[in-house]
Ligand binder design. Structure first.
Ligand code: NZQ
Ligand code: ZN
Length: 381
């Protein structure tokens, strides 16, 4: 176990109907007016929009509405949100939706207090302040509800980049598993892949760590697989939705990477190019990239992959473990090859070039050159 600092400031309020307390949470935090950010139509269809506004009104919280966030949120819409939040003079951002809504909200929170264009903070400028962010998350996947990340695409340059800052951890996140029962099964599957990807990155790339961290990761992966096997049959199963939701939160809130040494996020680095260029769901892109990367990387860490096969699937052999994961991805309906998502193999060079730029920004460009990324993607054909 190596030295580390673990400081996660997000208050989690978990359980049935808890979204009805959002007004109280904002009031007790001293917020008078919020920018209420949401996506397309899901929160209106489900009646969540009305429950949120009722809670705001009951507690005397004023709000300006900002809907229309798209899945894989874009910088042009983020800039519109920044302008609206400045004009309205809000105290905080309230995000109600999936990871895309949360991420765009965090970016708006940064942009409101910045003198320059918010995209600068995605390309390396340090975030020094942001408005407080409050969330009601409706889809289990990204962990955005309890972390300091925000991922947004610059649709002109096809760069899907992120802000990583302690200033954008949500102040309060409300997690009601019932809200996730209406998530389409395809997105439940993509969320499962994403949560697994979040823990797998550190688990395999770490140079050193501890048995406790390994067991936390294996426990999260097993929970995600078991609960999603139930969800695919019974989408309304509260117990399965609840355990999956909490597992997805823990998968990317800093818990599993505390005390690890020298880990990186290469699967995310490559996937961000797929969703930037082809606008596919993040979890769908990961289901394509992960088995390919694992086949390539397992030669460098065979004993880690043998442990993964044994502990997660109860089988022997690195290759067998990778195959079991890939078979499971396909069984829940995720694509596992580039052509499953209509991505031509002839584009690999262009995708690799896009991903290599992010590798450089993330400081892993020495390992992940354009040629190496192309070699990995060839294993996804
Ligand atoms: O826009 P609406 O109408 O709300 O529909 C959404 C969207 O179409 C729908 N949805 C969400 N909750 C629903 C629902 N439909 C019915 N019932 C509900 N309860 O689901 C669709 C997908 O939503 P989205 O927010 O895009 O999905 P997700 O939560 O997977 O977020 C994906 C984004 O997060 C980023 C991804 O790259 C991608 O841009 N990530 C964020 C991370 C972070 N902040 O830490 C880490 C991840 O690695 C990831 O990169
Ligand atoms: Zn992810």
């Amino acid at each position: 176990m190596f030295d580390f600092v673990f400081h996660n400031p997000t208050k989690i309020v978990f359980g049935r109907k808890k979204e009805e307390s959002i007004g109280e949470e904002l009031k007790s935090a001293g917020m008078g007016k919020v920018l209420f950010v949401y996506g397309q139509n899901s929160i209106k269809r489900s009646g969540l929009f009305d429950r949120i506004t009722a809670s705001l009104k009951k507690n005397g919280i004023n709000y300006a509405e900002f809907g229309g966030v798209v899945s894989n949120p874009v910088i042009s819409h983020t800039r519109q949100g920044v302008e609206l939040a400045k004009r309205e003079g809000v105290d905080a951002i309230l995000a109600v939706g999936g990871g895309s809504v949360l991420d765009e909200s965090k970016a708006i929170a940064v942009g409101v207090l910045a003198d320059d264009d918010v995209w600068n903070y995605f390309t390396g400028k340090e975030v020094t302040r942001a408005l407080p962010v409050f969330t009601v998350i409706t889809l289990a996947a990204t962990g955005s509800e309890m972390n300091g990340n925000a991922v947004v695409t610059n649709e002109e340059t096809k760069q899907k980049y992120n802000i990583g800052s302690p200033h954008v951890y949500p102040r309060v996140s409300i997690l009601n598993p019932e809200l996730t029962c209406t998530v389409p099964l395809s997105y439940s599957a993509f969320g499962a892949v994403d949560a697994i990807a979040h823990v797998i990155e550190g688990y395999f790339t770490r140079q050193a760590g501890s048995h406790l961290q390994d067991r936390l990761v294996e426990g999260i992966i097993k929970t995600v697989i078991e609960t999603n096997n139930v969800i695919m049959q019974e989408p309304d199963n509260y117990a399965a939705r609840a355990e999956f939701m909490w597992a997805a939160t823990l998968a990317l809130n800093g818990l599993t990477t505390a005390g690890l040494k020298e880990y990186s996020f290469p699967n995310h680095m490559v996937e961000h190019s797929l969703s930037a260029i082809y606008n596919i769901a993040h979890g769908a892109g990961l289901a394509i990239v992960m088995p390919a990367w694992m086949k390539w990387y397992s030669l460098k860490a065979p004993e880690r992959f043998a442990r993964f096969a044994r502990e997660v699937f109860g089988i022997e052999g690195a290759a067998a473990g990778i195959s079991a994961l890939e078979v499971w991805f396909a069984a829940i309906g995720a694509p596992i090859r580039l052509q499953d998502a209509d991505i031509p193999a002839g584009d690999i060079g262009m995708i690799a070039e896009n991903a290599a730029a992010l590798a450089t920004l993330w400081g892993i460009g020495d390992t992940y050159s354009k040629e190496v990324i192309a070699e990995i993607l060839q294993l996804a054909v």
